[in-house]
Design a protein around this ligand. Structure first.
Ligand SMILES: [Zn+2]
Length: 275
């Protein structure tokens, strides 16, 4: 990392749904205790009143540390196909058209408004990361400010993104093009990308997965320090043991020790870089 180059870190926790899990409470508090913002991605059709109430209470107490955004509508798997050896699955994207996706995103957005009023930030993250051009158009038509995607720090990928953007592509050669810190392809939707996932391999949709080790996380993070912003993704439900909670604590404490890292919400990143 160049001397004095500031790197922004943002953390997103996905699949906020159902009941108030111990892991959800513990992880949120770990961030609050360290004065680091955490973004909770809420599934509008699946979240319960007790979670909404708890989140609003935390948000009122720590307005700058708790951020609430929308994660799909109901997180259902609407399609699953194999194309060229790759599994394609998602709630959105695939062959879903504009009207179909607009309707679901709008239903979710209206639920978010009814739960959180003006306490949520109009950012959207697609379940399974699946989206298509019409999905982005629907977000644009509904005046979403931000959408999340993924980015790799590898040089070859960075070059690929530049070419993809020059060609105004969101998907190029069957791969996603990063529009990180930019408005996507002639829309008003600003993209904020995530670069690191705490989960190495998902074993199932419940609580089984292979997590990165602290050592691997540190190594991956070092590679990302050349980026302007580094997004880190986790899912609270998989942190179902003291060791898996401690992994987050140790990782955050290590990040705090690195000079020139700044922790931000997505709204803060949007305000800083959107022009
Ligand atoms: Zn999800």
């Amino acid at each position: 990392m160049k001397k004095n180059k500031q790197v922004i870190f943002t953390f997103r926790n996905d699949d906020v749904r159902k009941n108030l899990d111990e892991s959800f409470i513990q992880l949120t508090n770990i961030f609050i205790d360290r004065n680091i913002p955490i973004t909770h991605a809420v599934e509008p059709a699946n979240v319960t009143p007790e979670v909404i109430e708890w989140l609003l209470d935390k948000k009122n107490k720590h307005p700058h540390l708790i951020e609430i955004i929308q994660h799909g509508y109901n997180h259902k798997l609407n399609y699953k196909t194999e194309i060229g050896g790759k599994i394609r699955k998602g709630e959105f994207g695939g062959s879903r058209d504009f009207n179909d996706q607009y309707s679901d995103i709008k239903k979710g957005m209206e639920l978010m408004d009814s739960y959180f009023g003006n306490r949520w930030f109009k950012a959207f993250t697609f379940p399974y990361g699946a989206r298509n051009k019409d999905a982005i158009k629907a977000l644009d038509a509904l005046n979403f400010k931000v959408v999340n995607g993924g980015i790799s720090p590898k040089l070859v990928k960075q070059l690929f993104y530049i070419v993809g953007r020059l060609l105004n592509k969101e998907i190029f050669l069957d791969r996603k093009v990063s529009w990180n810190l930019k408005k996507i392809n002639k829309t008003n939707v600003f993209q904020i990308d995530l670069a690191i996932s705490i989960i190495k391999k998902y074993i199932n949709e419940f609580e089984d997965c292979e997590m990165e080790t602290l050592q691997d996380l540190k190594r991956e993070t070092q590679q990302c320090l050349k980026l302007t912003n580094v997004g880190v993704l986790f899912h609270h439900r998989y942190h179902n043991s003291p060791e898996k909670i401690k992994l987050i604590e140790d990782y955050l404490d290590w990040l705090i020790s690195i000079p020139n890292i700044k922790f931000c919400t997505q709204e803060e990143i949007f305000e800083k870089y959107n022009s």
